[in-house]
Design a protein around this ligand. Structure first.
Ligand SMILES: Cc1cc2nc3c(=O)[nH]c(=O)nc-3n(C[C@H](O)[C@H](O)[C@H](O)COP(=O)(O)OP(=O)(O)OC[C@H]3O[C@@H](n4cnc5c(N)ncnc54)[C@H](O)[C@@H]3O)c2cc1C
Length: 362
């Protein structure tokens, strides 16, 4: 038996691939499917600012795995392609060099002049773009993470997996150096050959023994959601002061990945963080001038202490495997497949070599 703790994009992906390979799986989540960070994410699938090369390549593997998964499911209602249009506030030569480096790594990118940008995204105020070079990345997209998690867990259940929601894991059970299962809040115990920690931002919680926790450096991001609007935005708009994408039924999601707020901040529409973000969005999309945010959401990122994914066993312990990462929406389908393969076949995936949890314990 394999127990996966956590039913966000990561836990759902691991459970799906374990179940697909014929392994018995139980998924246990303290809340609802996708109710953690996965439910409060910008969810952009990309590999733009992902240095060093090994991390960039991991994200590209995530993008490819998204494409393979779509082929597998046929109907993939969680996926939205269309690419990204991007310009930055750095010097034009620096931005051109950055895109050229991505291209040299075989990341598809093309340059857009104002006419081409207008043809793709007619609602963008070209005055806000100014003289900045604009790049188009056609292979990027974004995901509805809760729809994704639900679809993968539904398929896992069809293949025999069990999924428990609103049931917290309260302890990891061990015999000597081997993890043997978990205890849950209802007083039950569950035996397992392998326990997978996919608890994201909670991967350092006290329910886990000290040597099985992943040290985290979480940060929180603010997202604004508009009411349904008559707009033509089709893709991710990544501009210097604001990032915008559609969020279904005419809504737009407005965010800025380097704008950090406190996780328990009680923000409202008058908070400077909110008004500042909305002002930046109005500059890029004038159609927002008379529109206020309908909802605000603060998401807490699942970031291991050195910013990079922590994927693999913990040193000195058998039967326990962690999968904790930022950029988890991009990485989830690849990590799900690679982790299931490592667990079931006892293999070592070279793509994961730089990202082992061991680095935190040596
Ligand atoms: C503002 C913001 C913007 C982001 N933008 C992007 C982006 O553009 N692109 C991208 O790829 N990524 C992005 N991310 C990151 C991405 O969303 C996360 O990496 C990903 O959602 C993490 O998924 P997860 O499954 O690991 O965690 P979660 O979705 O948090 O799932 C963990 C689950 O574990 C459960 N759990 C915790 N403890 C227990 C317990 N004791 N017992 C049982 N269950 C437990 C929780 O209930 C939760 O459901 C963003 C994140 C934020 C916050």
């Amino acid at each position: 038996m394999h127990i996966v703790i956590g039913a966000g994009v990561i836990g759902a992906s691991v459970a799906y691939h374990l179940a697909r390979a014929g392994a018995p799986v139980t998924v246990i989540d303290a809340g609802r499917i996708g109710g953690g960070t996965s439910g409060s994410s910008f969810a952009w699938v990309n590999s733009h600012n992902k240095a060093p090369r090994a991390y960039h390549d991991l994200n590209v593997a995530g993008m490819r795995a998204h494409a393979a998964l779509r082929e597998c499911f046929g109907d993939a209602p969680w996926w939205h392609g269309g690419g990204t249009v991007e310009w930055e506030s750095i010097a034009p030569e620096a931005y051109r060099a950055k895109v050229a480096l991505l291209q040299s790594w075989r990341y598809t990118a093309e340059w857009l002049d104002h006419a081409a940008l207008h043809a793709l995204e007619p609602d963008i105020n070209l005055g806000a773009v100014g003289d900045a070079p604009v790049a188009f990345f056609p292979d990027d997209g974004w995901v509805d993470p809760v729809v994704y998690s639900h679809a993968l867990l539904t398929e896992a259940k069809r293949l025999g997996a069990q999924v428990f929601q609103h049931l917290a894991v309260t302890a990891i059970r061990r015999q000597g150096s081997r993890v043997t299962g978990v205890a849950t809040a209802d007083g039950a115990t569950h035996d397992a050959d392998v326990v997978v920690n996919a608890t994201g931002r909670w991967a350092d919680q006290s329910a886990l023994p000290l040597d099985l926790r992943i040290p985290l450096a979480p940060s929180a991001g603010l997202m604004l959601f508009t009411p349904p609007l008559a707009h033509g935005v089709q893709r991710v708009i990544f501009s210097p002061r604001v990032h915008i994408r559609p969020d279904g039924a005419g809504r737009l999601l407005i965010c800025r990945n380097d704008l950090e707020v406190t996780a328990d901040a009680e923000l409202d529409r008058c908070s400077p963080e909110v008004t500042g973000l909305l002002a930046a969005a109005r500059e890029v999309l004038p159609l927002l001038r008379h529109v206020d945010a309908e909802a605000l959401r603060v998401g807490v990122r699942a970031i291991p202490a050195d910013q990079f994914p922590a994927v693999g066993p913990s040193p000195g312990t058998k039967g326990y495997y962690s999968v904790v990462t930022h950029s988890g929406v991009t990485l989830a389908p690849f990590l799900g497949e690679a982790v299931a393969e490592e667990i079931l076949n006892n293999t070592v995936r070279p793509e994961l070599a730089s990202f082992r949890p061991q680095r935190f314990f040596s």
